[in-house]
Write a protein that binds this ligand. Structure first.
Ligand SMILES: *Cc1c(COP(=O)(O)O)cnc(C)c1O
Length: 356
């Protein structure tokens, strides 16, 4: 049976990405070698890296004065690398979820951290809006999409200090204004590639901001100077990313991706509103994520949760169990998720409602 993959990460990739990566793993462009077996310094791999970097910048319309880096260690290592390289005295953070709070924890190793606002008391079910960013902070850190809780900052904000964003789970979901950010990072395993690759978009003037000595591998300068080839990059993940980026371009770029994402999210949230069994845990519509749709069973039907999960699983829905800290359900509907799979989930919700 065809599975509809709603997993939060690692997660669905386009068939174009998976099939072409598989081909290159068996035989890279009829070279008789696997992409896994060739030198990262070979002209074949350098061409892959260059095209991936170029397409990455083209799709996001990254202006002059920025570098795109392909690193390792996940978004989690960026929680540490960002303050290592940028925090001299004080940084400001917005606490919108588990990932944000993990970033805050790492920031504290390097200096003072001001948490300007937090939605923790309300189970991270909204995006705080009423806060002041201290003008003397070295940077302001946000998590644009809260993968676990299903909230999202869907617009590029203006900040009085350099803006740093964890965009692990919503990069490439919409056209954006990169010029508003000093640094953007994320793990690739949600909207780009298999796990193992970390992307960083860094404004050149963010380098050399602190007086402390920074170990070579953790210094952004190293990776800018060596074009992400200081050490061996995750070649297969970069190769897969190239196909995802080509596919985005073929689909009409980020405007087209965004239109589709908005449609998919709208029909699913509409069904959650309409269906008497379910309720969204994010009340403010403007805070609802278009990538991770979280929902729970209405109070009076709480005992049906396990039943719905097995009903949905039986109909090919994979990965819809909510994160353990939220419960209920989470449908991750990343770029590669076709509208037909979202419709299949909606049909499942309707069918189940009829039975209850
Ligand atoms: C998945 C995720 C992370 C963690 O990424 P790793 O690559 O596993 O370190 C961090 N932030 C957000 C928003 C995420 O969705």
């Amino acid at each position: 049976m065809k599975k509809h993959n709603f997993a939060a990460g690692p997660s669905i990739l386009s068939p174009y990405t998976v099939e072409n990566t598989a081909k290159g793993i068996l035989d890279l462009d009829q070279s008789g070698l696997s992409v896994m077996e060739i030198s990262h310094r070979s002209k074949e791999f350098i061409a892959i890296m260059d095209e991936a970097r170029k397409l990455f910048a083209e799709l996001l319309e990254i202006p002059e004065g920025y570098h795109v880096l392909f690193l390792q260690g996940g978004a989690s290592l960026q929680f540490c690398m960002v303050p290592y390289n940028l925090l001299s005295k004080k940084a400001a953070y917005l606490d919108t979820g588990s990932w944000a709070s993990k970033a805050i924890k790492e920031g504290k190793f390097f200096g003072q951290v001001d948490v300007v606002a937090s939605s923790k008391d309300a189970g991270y079910s909204y995006i705080p809006k009423d806060y002041t960013i201290p003008g003397d902070a070295d940077y302001f850190h946000i998590t644009t999409n809260n993968t676990i809780f299903g909230t999202e900052i869907r617009e590029d904000m203006d900040a009085p200090v350099p803006l740093v964003a964890d965009m692990s789970s919503d990069i490439f979901s919409r056209p954006m204004d990169v010029s508003k950010y000093a640094l953007i990072y994320g793990g690739a395993q949600k909207n780009l590639a298999p796990a193992g690759l970390t992307f960083v978009i860094i404004k050149d003037d963010m380098v050399g901001r602190v007086d402390r000595a920074i170990p070579t591998m953790l210094n952004y300068k190293t990776h800018i100077e060596n074009e992400s080839m200081f050490n061996t990059p995750p070649v297969v993940a970069v190769y897969a990313a190239l196909f995802t980026l080509r596919w985005y371009k073929q689909q009409g770029g980020l405007k087209a991706m965004h239109r589709l994402n908005m449609e998919k999210a709208a029909i699913l949230y509409d069904e959650i509103e309409r269906n008497r069994l379910f309720v969204s845990n994010v009340k403010n519509e403007e805070d609802r994520s278009i990538m991770n749709v979280t929902f729970v069973m209405n109070e009076e039907y709480k005992d049906k949760e396990a039943d719905f999960l097995s009903f949905a699983t039986g109909r090919g829905m994979s990965g819809i169990k909510g994160h353990r800290s939220v419960g209920g359900f989470r449908a991750s509907i990343y770029n590669a998720m076709p509208r037909s799979s979202v419709e299949a989930l909606i049909d499942t919700m309707k069918e189940f409602e009829k039975q209850v």
